[in-house]
Structure formats: C-alpha cells, structure tokens
Design a protein. Sequence first.
Length: 193
Amino acid sequence: MRILTALIFSLLLSPAWADEIQSDNLFPQVKMETSLGTMIVELDRTRAPLTVDNFLRYVVKGAYDNTSFHRVVAEFVVQGGGYTAGGDPIDEGDKLFNESGNGLSNEYGTIAMAREKEPHTATNQFFFNLVDNTRLDPSRRRWGYAVFGMVTEGLEVLDAMGEVPVEYDPDMGAQSKPVKPLLLIKATLMPES
C-alpha cells in the first residue's frame, strides 16, 4: 500500500513531461545539428532549473528543429529559437522567471535566454555568447540574461556561425541577419550517460 501511495503521490507531483526532459539529470546534454556542423551543449539544472526545464520542453517537442539562427552579431552573440527556417515565428510558451542571478556568467561558449527589455519575458529564444559578455550579467541595479549551459563540443562550429556574412535586418535595426540561412536542423536531448 505504501508503494502504491508513493507512486500516486509522485505522479501527482511530477508533470507528464518530467521523464521526457530527464528531470533527475542535473547536467543534461543537447546535440544541436546546424547547417555548419554539430555542437553539444551541457545544461546546468543546479543553477538554472526553470530555464533548463523550459528549454528542454522545446527540444523534446521538436520546436527547435528546422529553425533559423536569425541574429548574428560578430564578437557578440548568435541568437536562435524564435523562427522557422521559412521565417515564421514558432509558438511561444509561458514567460520565465529570470534566473540570471545564478552565478553563471555570459562567458564565451555559454548559452543564455534572450528576452525583451523587461526581465521576466524570456520564452523560447536563446543565444550563444561569442565572447565574454559580462555586461549581460546582472548587477545590483539591473537584471541580466540567464545563462543555463555551455558548449562542451563544437566550439569551432559556434565560431564559424559568428563569422557568417550578415545584412541589415529592419526588425532588429542592425546588420545582423545572416545573408544565407543559418539553420538549426535538429536539437536532440541526448540519453543520460
């Protein structure tokens, strides 16, 4: 009876997607197959549990498959997660609490959540830091951008992404739109090791 009660209790407390996103894995890994090569990203659930769970829900649903990295700013960031390869916006989930005060810094090779001006507005878009962008970290006066993992394999792919030719993007008001589509072909949550 105790086992049955514990099972029912755990099912009530655990969302249906908990197993799909390896909720017990503190450092899940995501394989990102891009049009320039493959990267492995290790996420840090110990420092950014809400952000990691949010990101992995998009991954396991396939929401990031066949999407574009729509913003590239050399020696700054490569941003994706918002648009299909055809340019249509992907469905956004709920807005997240900003976990930028977690002790992780926007250093070269890290992945962080993109957001609007307001601090708790991140949904599906993310970016990779091409250099140390500590100015994106929080301070006593402002919220930062929540880092939730880092590239552990394929940094050369990230570097190549940061060097693609770009053109003016009227939506961003900057030279940041890749001239040739820069694609995230598939994002896959890797099996626990």
